[in-house]
Design a protein. Structure first.
Length: 190
């Protein structure tokens, strides 16, 4: 019998991996690969790639939920295909999936399809809400969050540093934000 290898992921740097790590440790994982990276992108997940490279025949990859491993059914199927080629099984703690059994494999496929459907529905509803708010015109409540960067401070930083990139760094903002404030000009400041 091989090892039980854990994989944990959260979508943003402000989220904690502690709950997933604790659950995976409790599931007797001998090694845990963990990262803070959005699940919507299928490339650039360094720890996922390391885990897929690390696992060997007879190992079981353990995750707390399927959406920690992948956010779309095609991505999930691609990952599990890699596991299958290495004769590695998948166990999902919170969704009672264990591909070492035929029932578990079927449940995994059904839940993967349902998760993708839910994500698609959520995106569609969000887009409908945004479109409805924008359709109200200038009185729309959908205006984004209010500006927190003052034009005068941005202009002064550019003047002081003589360089927009350095000015953005000194203010702790992105260059895109700096350019947006400069483009909007002083007239938009309250």
């Amino acid at each position: 019998m091989g090892e039980i290898i854990g994989y944990a992921r959260v979508s943003s740097r402000t989220q904690s991996l502690d709950i997933q790590r604790d659950a995976l440790t409790g599931a007797n994982c001998t090694k845990i690969f963990a990262e803070k990276f959005t699940g919507t992108r299928t490339t650039g997940r360094v720890e996922l790639e390391k885990m897929l490279e690390y696992v060997r025949e007879g190992d079981v990859v353990c995750v707390t939920k399927l959406d920690r491993l992948a956010r779309s059914l095609p991505d999930l199927l691609k990952i599990t295909a890699k596991l299958d080629t290495k004769n590695v099984e998948l166990r999902c703690l919170d969704q009672a999936i264990d591909t070492t059994t035929p029932e578990g494999r079927m449940t995994y496929q059904i839940l993967g399809a349902v998760a993708e459907f839910e994500t698609s529905i959520r995106k569609a509803r969000q887009r409908e809400g945004i479109d409805a708010a924008l359709a109200k015109g200038p009185d729309s409540p959908f205006k984004g969050r209010p500006a927190t960067i003052e034009y005068n401070k941005v202009a002064a930083a550019v003047e002081k540093h003589g360089n927009k990139a350095q000015a953005a760094r000194s203010l702790g903002i992105s260059r895109d934000s700096l350019y947006r404030v400069l483009k909007a000009g002083p007239a938009t400041q309250a």
